[in-house]
Design a protein. Structure first.
Length: 55
């Protein structure tokens, strides 16, 4: 889930902010890597805490 979400969102954000420049792929892959790590950590560590508070 985090793979697909971060892949798509990072693509859109980089495309909107940078456009299709020669270094688009490099910037996009770097942005996606950072987003993937952050979102995966949030899912693994924050989601259980939120579930506890909701119950």
């Amino acid at each position: 889930m985090s793979f697909i979400a971060t892949f798509f969102v990072s693509f859109v954000i980089v495309m909107v902010n940078l456009g299709f420049k020669p270094n688009f792929m490099l910037v996009w892959m770097r942005s996606w890597g950072i987003a993937f790590v952050l979102v995966t950590m949030a899912i693994l560590f924050l989601a259980p805490q939120v579930r506890k508070r909701i119950k």
